[in-house]
Ligand binder design. Structure first.
Ligand code: ASP
Length: 342
């Protein structure tokens, strides 16, 4: 036996059926789901299962659910060699990013997967996704797990979870990681890119962070955004952190009202992070005149981080009371491989 795996079912299309008399999908119980994949019994590992008491469509996901997942992993950490989390695809990249920050010193695999079609569907993508995710979670070399990070497996590729974004609502290839190559590709063989794998290379015990700050927000810039709208959102009384999705390499309007609002909230202590709304590439503040002023007033560079990783990293750093003076440095540093520093 290659090892013991804990399969955690949180919900999502993978385990859904059409409800009686309607076309709407709703979650069904985990036993039924497993009965649909007898192939799992053929794998060279022992699988135990645990399910959320109320499996949910991942659009309902919130930080409390991330805490629940992290706690399940923590409570079973010593007993299992790896963890596979079944999750809806809609917010899977947010969860993968959040878990990567919450699980400090992780040295076992935590692989998220799901599917575009329910497991009972003839053309389902669930079987391949689930079976390969379990195989990846049980991969071992020199008596150690090969993967020691939070990954996301979908349609023949394992990605670093905090580098992913859901890019397609219809196709089986629903995820992309534009700024970091896949860790493993699954063809006739599983090809592992060992040089890309995250390894904190320490012996420190797992530390689980469950305090996440929710008073954060994301504003996407668009040509024509009005001062009233921007000010209204950004000046929300209790805001602690704001991610702005700017254009290209981190550019935004140089209009005075925009800079004034940002400066005022930064002076008040709100952390503002600049990420690009492009699917790939990085923020490089100061490259164009339109981002120089952002740099000057103290906006933090998200570099090539995804929006999903940026907002969850913010929740994590603020929840763990990162000192104000260190927030910028911590944000611009790769903590779990979520960004390329330079
Ligand atoms: N709405 C579903 C969810 O995210 C879609 C999926 O499972 O892929 O839970």
């Amino acid at each position: 036996m290659q090892g013991t795996i804990l399969l955690i079912y949180t919900g999502g299309t993978i385990g859904m059926v059409k409800s009686a008399g309607s076309d709407a999908l709703q979650a069904f119980d985990f036993k039924t789901l497993l009965n649909n994949i007898p192939e799992l019994n053929l794998l060279d590992c022992h699988i135990d299962t645990v399910s959320f008491s109320r499996p949910l469509d991942s659009s309902e996901m919130n930080p409390q659910h991330w805490v629940e997942m992290a706690s399940i992993i923590q409570n079973h950490y010593d007993k299992y060699d790896g963890f596979v989390v079944l999750h809806g695809s809609d917010t899977m990249s947010y969860t993968a990013s959040a878990l990567s920050f919450m699980l400090e010193n992780l040295n076992k695999p935590v692989i998220l997967t799901g599917s575009q079609l329910p497991i009972g569907d003839l053309r389902t993508d669930a079987k391949e996704n689930l079976i390969t995710a379990v195989q990846l979670a049980s991969l071992r070399q020199n008596n150690e797990p090969v993967i020691k990070e939070v990954g996301l497996y979908f349609e023949y590729k394992l990605y670093r979870g905090n580098r992913t974004t859901k890019i397609d609502a219809d196709h089986f290839e629903a995820f992309a990681s534009y700024n970091f190559p896949p860790l493993v590709t699954s063809g006739v063989r599983l090809v592992v890119q060992h040089q890309l794998l995250w390894d904190f290379a320490g012996t420190k015990p797992l530390k689980v962070h469950t305090d996440l700050e929710s008073r954060v927000g994301i504003i996407k810039m668009f040509p024509g955004i009005t001062p009233e709208f921007f000010d209204h959102l950004a000046s929300f009384d209790n805001l602690k952190g704001l991610v702005i999705e700017t254009y290209g390499s981190g550019n935004a309007t140089t209009a005075q009202w925009f800079l004034d609002v940002l400066k005022a909230i930064i002076d008040k202590g709100v952390h503002v992070v600049n990420v690009t709304q492009c699917a790939g590439g990085r923020v490089s503040m100061g490259h164009y005149k339109t981002s120089q002023s952002l740099l000057k007033i103290g906006v933090i560079s998200g570099k090539d981080i995804t929006t999903e990783a940026a907002i969850t990293k913010m929740m994590y750093l603020l929840g763990n009371s990162a000192p104000k003076s260190e927030f910028k440095t911590l944000f611009e540093t790769s903590l779990r491989g979520e960004l390329t520093e330079n």
